[in-house]
Ligand binder design. Structure first.
Ligand SMILES: [Zn+2]
Length: 225
């Protein structure tokens, strides 16, 4: 039976690199894969970008209200039609795997779609994403993945102190911040369009931190209530 896999980690744990490597491994064996990501991640538009410099365009983007299963179904039909148009056996007619980047930005309903693609449509789904936001709370998509994925795998990265990073600190203008919207990946672009000189002041970056360094930076506060 096909399964839903969730490979999660802090920022900079190499999730996109791992995804692109998985795609490559399938294709090296002559198999077809489909790549997708949520539309909300404006960082790379329709590209999956690895920090090592490898980029690749996704086959489809999932909008906030889209059915991930319906989108996948259309793409799967396209793959089959392409294979039919060729000499039999020249290209595989079935999708071997669906790979999703930035899966934390999917809605819980869309994660349920991924589960159905695996269990009811029989296609393995590998979702890659961040577990928690900058306030240590789960993204809705990640929470659902942690609840229903058949397989969980942590991709590890190191805090500045050398311990395993657990959390994602948000840094704006060189300072850690612990208030704000859950998603703030595009603030620098928005600010830059008006006043370029404010770019650095508003640039949002993230640093992967261990529990100890996170509490040190936050003054002892975990998720504010
Ligand atoms: Zn640390």
């Amino acid at each position: 039976m096909a399964k839903l896999y969730f490979r999660y980690g802090a920022m900079n744990s190499g999730k996109s690199t791992a995804l692109l490597q998985a795609a490559y491994n399938y294709e090296e064996r002559g198999q077809r894969v489909l790549l997708a990501k949520p539309e909300i991640d404006t960082k790379g538009a329709d590209q999956i970008e690895s920090r090592l410099g490898v980029t690749r365009r996704v086959d489809f983007l999932v909008g906030p209200d889209d059915s991930a299963r319906a989108l996948f179904g259309s793409e799967r039909d396209r793959v089959r039609a392409e294979a039919d148009a060729l000499i039999p056996g020249e290209r595989p007619a079935e999708v071997a795997c669906l790979l999703i980047d930035e899966a934390q930005f999917l809605s819980p309903v869309q994660v349920d779609d991924l589960f159905r693609i695996a269990v009811e449509d029989g296609i393995p789904v590998m979702a890659y994403g961040i577990r928690t936001d900058f306030r240590t709370e789960a993204f809705p998509g990640s929470r659902r993945l942690l609840e229903i994925a058949h397989s969980l795998e942590e991709l590890k990265t190191i805090c500045r102190c050398g311990r395993k990073a657990l959390f994602n600190g948000r840094v704006i203008g060189g300072r850690f911040v612990f208030d704000g919207d859950q998603v703030a990946i595009d603030a620098a672009t928005a600010a830059a369009s008006d006043e370029p000189r404010y770019l650095d002041q508003y640039r949002v970056t993230y640093e992967s931190l261990c529990g100890s360094c996170y509490l040190e930076e936050s003054g002892g506060v975990l998720a504010p209530r």
